[in-house]
Ligand binder design. Sequence first.
Ligand SMILES: [Mg+2]
Length: 353
Amino acid sequence: MDCTVDHYIAGMLLSGVGDALGYRNQLWEFNKSGPAIHQELQELGGLKNISVELPDWPVSDDTVLHLATAEALATGKADKELLHEVAFRYVEGMKDMKGRMPGVSTILGIKQLCPGTEGGYRVPYNSEARGCGAAMRSMCIGLRYHHPDQLSSLVEVAVETGRMTHPHPTGFLGAVASALFTSYAVQRRPIATWGLGLLKEACPIAKTFVKSAGYAVMETESGWDYFTGKWKWYLDLRGLSLGTGPVAWPDQYGPAERDKAYTSFSLSGWGGGCGHDAPMIALDALLGAGSDWEELMSRAGFHGGDSDSTAVIACCCWGVLYGIDGVPQCNYRNLEYRGRLENVAQKLYALSH
Ligand SMILES: [Mg+2]
């Protein structure tokens, strides 16, 4: 089925749902193993019985900043004007972080932004900024620039907004991946080709852009290869190096095995904590779950790593692909910021179609 405005709405809305479910008000993100979360989920009556709403299921930093990116894009601004707008909204978003656990690089980066002043959307290079904070808020860039011939705009906006907090390529290339995968979902491109598209189409454009933008070129180039190397490794592991499949899965791949696998994807030991592996786990979940919502959340949102950020990415793509029909109403009916998520989705659809 072609991508409609309802798919945009489902993508934005379900990204927030995935974030809130994976976060569980600080109880699940980073704190519990996949099997322990699945056990608790069963005690709560299963996913279909969870009303995702305040006070128990707030959205986290992911959704606050994803909304900031999306609402800046929805102004229709472009180029530097857009980057100042995004920076302004990130600064505003930090006023709404009570109980939402923003990451270290996000806090530091946004503190250094000076929107409205010359070059004020740039921050000094930070070799530690490899986390998933840029990836988790960039899916909407793929909704705005979804046409194959808009790929360079998608990449440039993802790189520049990503490095407002995550100047290390492992960090900001995560933003490129999230945006790209969402644009592929809009295009109805087969999921088995997404990883190869990232490596062969988007990353080379990002590298050329970094050179032409002339900011932190040497530092960025010297940190480049971890992201692309780990993605090559993952595509080999899953039999997707040629972008065709079939996907190679382990014999056993339940919550316990997935915790181990996701840790092996990671740099730090926390699956999904970085820019390369948050979109990697999201893709792994999309490949495995098909159109099954419960299976998607099981794989993308209920594991022992950075569960809200892997879910926010996976659920956005899943909503764009499959819409909202297969999701129990209680999962999204009273979601915090539902109105803003739906509104901005409609605006992005109108702007880009
Ligand atoms: Mg979070």
